[in-house]
Structures are given as structure tokens and as C-alpha cells.
Design a protein around this ligand. Structure first.
Ligand code: NAI
Length: 502
């Protein structure tokens, strides 16, 4: 078990205990939508259970955006989070408009919360589910992938989102996943990616998974393509013990897993880094039911129980969990849960919290997972890797072009004409990744976004100067180059997607 007090990064005093009451103060953000009502319910339960925690309230999200902070987190909120290092957070609405950053994503990245751990189990027979035997943990990468949020509109017709997957970010997360599996006695770890399509980004994630798995021979390791993986998870979740996934896939499959366990309102989530921890529900701010006193507080409650265990109060967490379970065993539930013949016993959010409070210290004696057997994120060490030789092999010049009837042959001939005396050759043109020149199909639909690949005829190394010469010709010809991507080999191996015929 991760001994909080022993960790070099998590000395108890860093969590600002109130010395009169010996309570640990944590930052508390009620959030938006249903956030305030489920937070109130959770805080009342923690208080009734005498959890030794005090809260330093902060405002994140909508109120902060309305006050003019585009990030949704003002400096006072940052200060409080940094002072207490543990945050219990209600769900936050991310406004759809441009210019607003997701508070959730910003917090996870700014605080280095690299692992998002989402346990998901069935509560049968009390909660109706087709999957009474499901009991799995999803470990979601939390800082990278398309969630880097680097997006651009490049042409009239085309937008782009960068998907960034790094080796150290991936290795740290995957090692944490295997350490968690080991600590929890899990037998099988799956990795979900789409590396049949994204061979470099998802390919790296899968490769690092295979490398790290070798260090844990006692744990069965397997990889599934995300589409069939999600289908199997939705149909037979009991096949899975622990799943490690990049950010976007992990986000999606954890909602799927929470929903099929009975309700998305049941999922709790721990965001863990070396210096900070943030606990929240899996679900969002549910504006459709906000203010109606019908939201299920269980997801945030489970997150708060993980927070208590993290702070070393596992016995109190177990007491609350027993009371929650007894409440369901007695047939009481929130409206989102479909119960076995107990539909008449639906309660509102606060009444459900009262029902749990009434059952504190009087739950069933059956043993409930009490131990917080999670590894210390700061204990994860990466294997040192030597840099390999990097060679520049060419350039992809992306242009916006909406002339000549978007005829790829005419465009290709024009570019060849303006660059024919240069030392780099036009190798091919693609449109949305499909080769259209030379020898494209007339049936291929073309947008105004073209990738023109230049390399030396003998495929040998090129210089930055040669690339600048190509760009100068584009400029002189009035061709709007909207971005360039350099083509590199690492350790002698080309590391860029290849066009057909290359
Ligand atoms: P959502 O998870 O808020 O709601 C999806 C559906 O589940 C809705 O029908 C809702 O009523 C229901 N639901 C969610 N939580 C529930 C609960 N505790 N009890 C009963 N029913 C519940 O997802 P949605 O509608 O896509 O997102 C709403 C907002 O939340 C968006 O602004 C989104 O960006 C944000 N969001 C925030 C997250 C966070 O703070 N970590 C996570 C996911 C979304």
C-alpha cells in the first residue's frame, strides 16, 4: 500500500493539517451543473462519518470564465491548490465557444497528474446490470494525445488537431499501470490502441507497452485494437482486469464501463502525479438535470473515498462504502440506477445522502475492499534510453489550393515546373492522406488541402537550406504554404507515414 506519510513527495505536513483538529485541508471545487448539489451531498456524508478533512473552497469553471478568466482557473484558485496539493473537484462545464480551455485538461496537465485511474465494478445484485461479474480498472493517460489541445484551421475547408504521444509520458503511465496491477493482484493487463492506422503515435504506445510488459512476466499482457476492444468491453467486461489506454480512448471507454456497470453516475476517478492528486467523478456536469436534486452523488463519493484512502483514512472510507452498499441493499437509490424490482424506492440527491448517513457504523459485516493498494506515482522510474541518430530526409509542404478545378495532375505539373531545377524532387501529392499525384484516381474527392512531398531522387539526407529553396519557389509562384512537416529517419529508419508507391 502506498504509505502516504512515508513518501518523500507527500509528507503529511505538506497537506496543511489543522493542528487543533488534526484535520487535513484539501482544496474543494464544487464545479458546475450538478456539481454543487453532489458536492454538498458528499461533504455531508464525509462530515457525518467524521472524516478528518477540512475544505478550502475554490471557484473553478463557469463562474471563473464569466469573471473573465479564459482558463477557468484564477490565480487565487491556483494558490489554494498549490498550497494543499490535493483537490476534490466536482464536474466542470467546458463552454463550447472558442477561447475557453477545459479546466479539467488544464489541471491534469499543469499539475503533472499523469495517471487517471478509474476503477469500475458491478454492484449486483443491488444495481441492475447485465454484467454482475465486472470488476476492472481503467488507467488512462492524462496529459498527451489529442488532449494537448493543439488545433488549427489551415484552409477554408480543413481543420487539424495534433496528436502528441511521447515515449517518457507513455512509459511512465504504462509502468504505473503494471505496478498498479501488481499491487492489486490483477492477473491481466490489456492495452487498447489504434496502431493499425496510427502506426507512429499509437504504434509507440503499443511498443512501449510490449517493452514494459517484459518486466512483469507474472502478469498476462495483451493488446487489442480500440474498436474491437471497446466492443468486447461493452459486451463482456468480465474479460478485463486492467486496461491501459491513451487519453482519448481511455476517456471514452471509462464512460462505457461506468454506464454498463449500472450508471455513468457511479464512476469515480483519481488523477495522480508525483506532487499533486485530484479526485473527481468520471461523469460531467449534466446540465440537463442540474438543480433538480436527482443526480447520483456516488461517482464523486467514490472519488472522495479514494481521496480518504490516499490521505491514510482507509477505515473511514470503508465505513462510508459499507453504508452506501447497505443503502442500496435496502433498495434505496437515485433515479439513474435501475434496481431489481425496487423502482419505487428512488430518492433525490440529498435524501440519498441522508440514507447513507443513517447507515454509517451499521453496515453489513461482509468485507469491502478497504486497502488503497496503489503505488506511489513518484516511485515510477523510467529506463534510460540513448538518443539515436536523426537524419533529415525531406519535407512535406502543405498548401491551400483551390484553382485549376482542383485537378491533381495540373497541380502536380505546375509544382514540378517551378521546382524542376532544384535538388529536391516532388515525390507525390496527397489529399487527406490519399495519393492523388502521380497516378491518382479521378474518383477521389479532393479538398483545398494538399500535401506535397519533396525528397532527393536518391532518398539521401537533405539540408534545411534545400527545404527553404523549395519554399521560396512556392512563395514566388503564389502558392499558399500553410505548414511544413520535416521527414526524419531515427536510427536509420524513416519515421513518417509513407505514401503509396514510395
Ligand atoms: P455528462 O456526463 O455531464 O452527462 C451525460 C448524461 O449522463 C446526461 O444524460 C446526464 O444527465 C447523465 N448523468 C451524468 N452524471 C450523472 C449523475 N451523477 N447522476 C445521474 N445522471 C448523470 O456529459 P455531457 O452532457 O456530455 O457533458 C456536460 C458537460 O460536462 C460538458 O460541458 C462537458 O465538457 C463537461 N464534462 C466535464 C467533465 C469533468 O469535469 N471531469 C467530464 C465530462 C464532461
Amino acid at each position: 500500500m502506498f504509505d502516504h506519510a512515508q513518501s518523500s513527495h507527500f509528507h503529511a505536513t505538506e497537506h496543511t493539517p489543522d493542528h487543533r483538529s488534526m484535520k487535513t485541508t484539501v482544496a474543494l471545487a464544487p464545479g458546475d451543473g450538478i456539481g454543487p448539489e453532489i458536492t454538498e451531498a458528499v461533504c455531508r456524508i464525509l462530515e457525518a462519518a467524521k472524516a478528518p478533512v477540512a475544505f478550502a473552497p475554490i471557484t473553478l469553471g463557469e463562474q471563473s470564465y464569466l469573471a473573465g478568466t479564459n482558463s477557468g482557473i484564477d490565480s487565487a484558485a491556483w494558490e489554494t491548490i498549490r498550497a494543499h496539493r490535493v483537490l476534490l473537484k466536482g464536474p466542470i462545464t467546458t463552454p463550447q465557444g472558442r477561447g475557453y480551455k477545459s479546466v479539467n485538461v488544464t489541471l491534469r496537465k499543469a499539475l503533472g497528474l499523469f495517471a487517471n485511474v478509474r476503477p469500475c465494478q458491478s454492484y449486483a445484485p443491488w444495481v441492475n446490470t447485465h454484467h454482475p461479474d465486472m470488476d476492472l480498472i481503467i488507467v488512462r493517460e492524462n496529459e498527451e494525445d489529442t488532449y494537448a489541445g493543439i488545433e488549427h484551421q489551415q484552409t477554408q475547408e480543413v481543420t487539424q488537431c495534433l496528436k502528441l504521444i511521447s515515449r517518457p509520458g507513455t512509459e511512465r503511465l504504462i509502468r504505473y499501470g503494471f505496478e498498479l496491477a501488481k499491487a492489486q493482484g490483477r492477473k491481466k493487463v490489456h492495452c487498447f490502441t489504434k496502431d493499425n492506422i496510427m502506426k507512429l503515435t499509437d504504434g509507440l504506445f503499443h511498443r512501449v507497452f510490449d517493452e514494459v510488459a517484459k518486466d512483469y512476466p507474472e502478469i498476462e499482457a495483451d493488446h487489442l485494437i480500440i474498436d474491437i476492444g471497446t466492443a468486447l468491453l461493452a459486451d463482456q467486461p468480465e474479460r478485463f482486469d486492467l486496461i491501459i489506454a491513451p487519453n482519448l480512448y481511455g476517456d471514452i471507454i471509462s464512460d462505457v464501463a461506468a454506464q454498463i456497470s449500472g450508471s455513468v453516475g457511479l464512476g469515480g476517478s483519481a488523477n495522480l502525479g508525483c506532487d499533486f492528486a485530484m479526485f473527481e467523478a468520471v461523469h460531467g456536469s449534466a446540465p440537463d438535470i442540474a438543480g433538480k436534486d436527482i443526480a447520483n452523488p456516488s461517482g464523486l463519493l467514490f472519488a472522495s473515498l479514494d481521496m480518504l484512502r490516499y490521505l491514510g483514512h482507509g477505515v473511514i472510507a470503508a465505513n462510508i462504502q459499507r453504508a452506501w452498499q447497505q443503502t442500496l441493499a435496502d433498495g434505496w437509490h437515485t433515479a439513474d440506477l435501475c434496481m431489481n424490482a425496487q423502482a419505487d424506492k428512488a430518492l433525490g440527491t440529498q435524501a440519498f445522502a441522508d440514507a447513507i448517513i443513517n447507515r454509517l457504523n451499521a453496515g453489513p459485516s461482509s468485507s469491502i475492499a478497504n486497502a488503497w493498494v496503489w503505488p506511489d506515482p513518484a516511485s515510477i522510474a523510467l529506463k534510460p534510453s540513448e538518443p539515436v541518430e536523426k537524419t533529415l530526409l525531406g519535407v512535406d509542404v502543405f498548401i491551400e489550393f483551390d484553382d485549376l478545378g482542383r485537378d491533381p495532375d495540373q497541380l502536380g505539373q505546375r509544382i514540378e515546373a517551378i521546382t524542376e531545377d532544384l535538388s529536391l524532387d516532388l515525390k507525390l501529392i496527397t489529399n487527406r492522406g490519399v495519393k492523388v499525384y502521380p497516378d491518382g484516381f479521378p474518383e477521389t474527392t479532393c479538398t483545398d488541402h494538399w500535401r506535397c512531398r519533396f525528397r532527393r531522387a536518391d532518398d539521401q539526407a537533405v539540408t534545411h537550406r534545400q527545404i527553404l529553396d523549395v519554399l521560396a519557389r512556392f512563395e514566388a509562384a503564389g502558392l499558399d504554404f500553410i505548414k511544413t512537416e520535416h521527414l526524419y529517419a531515427f536510427g536509420g529508419q524513416p519515421q513518417f507515414s509513407m505514401g503509396q508507391g514510395e
